[in-house]
Ligand binder design. Structure first.
Ligand code: GAF
Length: 473
């Protein structure tokens, strides 16, 4: 635990003991190990990972822990939770089985991790492994629906537990690579940032994460500053918002790329092959030309499906609307697709990530970082429309309290905001925002005074995922 948590508190040790006890009560023996994977806070670079662009998150101390043990006789995967509010479930050990997306059960993320391991084995042509019966008991401290990536923490910890129970070991890069994809089995066509940082995170540094292939570079944050996280208390559940919002954005970005591609002279075949807005940047050579093309060729407001089909052609249209992301969109009442504003967000946000990383490397005045964070929030709010009134209010409260900058973090539409605060102002900001944002919510019974330390807190970069093969804490 020392290696994972730095100096673990007695509370942390007690948490592991309690999880081991819960495992023993449910399955009649001690677990053989624990896999833990952290949540994350994204400092900058929102909704651009699935467009191929780099993002800048850090792992946080909140995490999902999976106690595991092989069950020689059951031939099943039994999944329990130390928190009795989460109902248990049992699955067959068939590695090929799809994750049941007809229900939004929390164990779907466990099964994403499970399927991810076996799909990776098959794709990589490695040795064939006989699946064993498994007993799992979970404990999570990342608040669900908060934008701090509780679902990815669970996917990644589950994947590690499954690997360890089957005696498998892969490189960190391989694990990051397949966990990035495996959460998509739950229905959300997420980009990979959350799993990448959960696996690759390290205490003391944020990571600039590049995709295709996944690579990370350390980013040292200003020493005289801290990041403060505040939960706006509007729920942003990935599973629930996936269909209408997240996947719709994924579809809008691909449509925008295809429309741009066509306007730039692409053939039918090339349009079908166009996946991301980064493909357009590559075609025109650089970001400012890509942005200029968007401004010239895309119109403001909504496109309807027929207009898009006329531009991109029927093959491309069918390709988009048979993709996993679009299935969800088709099931809902989507009035139209905004292509210009989504594109301008993606290109400008991708630029801000590199400005932020360069400013950290050059150790400039941290106020500059705050400016990029504020710019990012404004772009998310106005262009990408992934904020909500509560997040806007919380971000304003952080700035009014003296934060250098603040923005929503994660998918948005609720969940958390992150603020950059000078070390000597952290207490002031906590107390001011406590008054301006949270006091009325305590008065209205939305939360209690006791919840405050869980909804508003300073955080530092933490370690990534790990397997602990011990039961003595
Ligand atoms: C969610 C997704 F899982 C990430 O991949 C990312 O797209 C993020 O939303 C928005 O930046 O957390």
């Amino acid at each position: 635990l020392d290696d994972v948590y730095g100096s673990p508190t007695e509370e942390t040790r007690e948490r592991y003991r309690a999880l081991a006890d819960a495992f023993e009560r449910a399955y009649g023996r001690a677990p053989s190990g624990f896999a833990r994977a952290p949540g994350r806070v994204n400092l900058i670079g929102e909704h651009i990972d699935y467009e191929g662009y780099s993002v800048l998150p850090m792992a946080i101390g909140l995490d999902a822990v999976v106690a595991y043990g092989v069950n020689e006789t059951s031939g099943k995967i039994r999944v329990g939770n130390a928190n009795p509010e989460y109902t248990e479930k049992t699955f067959e050990t068939s590695p090929g089985q799809d994750v049941d997306t007809s229900s939004l059960h929390w164990t779907n993320y466990v099964m994403c991790g499970y399927k991810g391991v076996f799909d990776f084995l098959e794709e990589s042509g490695g040795k064939s492994v006989e699946p064993v019966g498994l007993d799992l008991m979970i404990d999570g401290t990342v608040p669900t629906g908060s934008g701090l990536s509780s679902s990815s923490a669970l996917c990644c910890a589950s994947a590690l537990a499954v690997m360890s129970a089957h005696g498998l070991s892969f490189t960190k890069g391989e694990i990051a690579d397949f966990t990035c994809k495996c959460e998509r089995y739950s229905g959300t066509q997420s980009g990979g940032m959350d799993q990448a940082i959960s696996i690759m995170g390290e205490a003391g540094v944020a990571k600039l994460v590049d995709f295709n292939p996944i690579q990370t570079n350390d980013v040292y944050l200003p020493e005289n500053c801290a990041f403060v996280i505040g939960n706006c208390l509007a729920v942003s559940n990935k599973a629930e918002t996936a269909h209408e919002r997240y996947n719709l954005r994924v579809v809008e970005c691909r449509l925008a790329a295809m429309v741009l591609g066509r306007k730039l002279g692409m053939s039918d075949e090339e349009v079908v092959e166009t996946q991301t807005l980064q493909d357009i940047e590559k075609r025109v050579g650089n970001m400012s030309s890509a942005k200029a093309a968007a401004e010239e060729y895309l119109h403001d407001g909504y496109y309807d499906a027929r207009e898009i089909e006329e531009i991109i052609g029927v093959d491309a249209f069918l390709d988009v609307f048979s993709s996993p992301a679009s299935k969800a969109v088709l099931n809902h009442n989507v009035t139209g697709y905004k292509l210009l504003s989504r594109t301008l967000h993606v290109y400008s946000e991708a630029g801000r990530v590199h400005l932020f990383a360069a400013a950290c490397a050059m150790k400039v005045d941290p106020a500059e970082l705050g400016v990029y964070m504020n710019g990012s929030h404004e772009s998310c709010r106005a262009l990408y429309e992934c904020s909500c009134p509560e997040l806007d209010e919380l971000v304003d409260a952080f700035r009014a309290a003296g934060a250098l900058g603040a923005r929503l973090t994660g998918a948005g539409w609720g969940g958390c905001a992150v603020a950059l605060v000078s070390m000597d102002k952290v207490q002031d900001v906590l107390s001011q925002v406590g008054k301006t944002y949270y006091a009325s919510r305590i008065a209205n019974g939305v939360i209690t005074e006791d919840d405050m330390s869980a909804v508003l807190f300073a955080t530092l970069p933490s370690n990534g995922a790990v397997v602990l093969k011990t039961t003595s804490f």
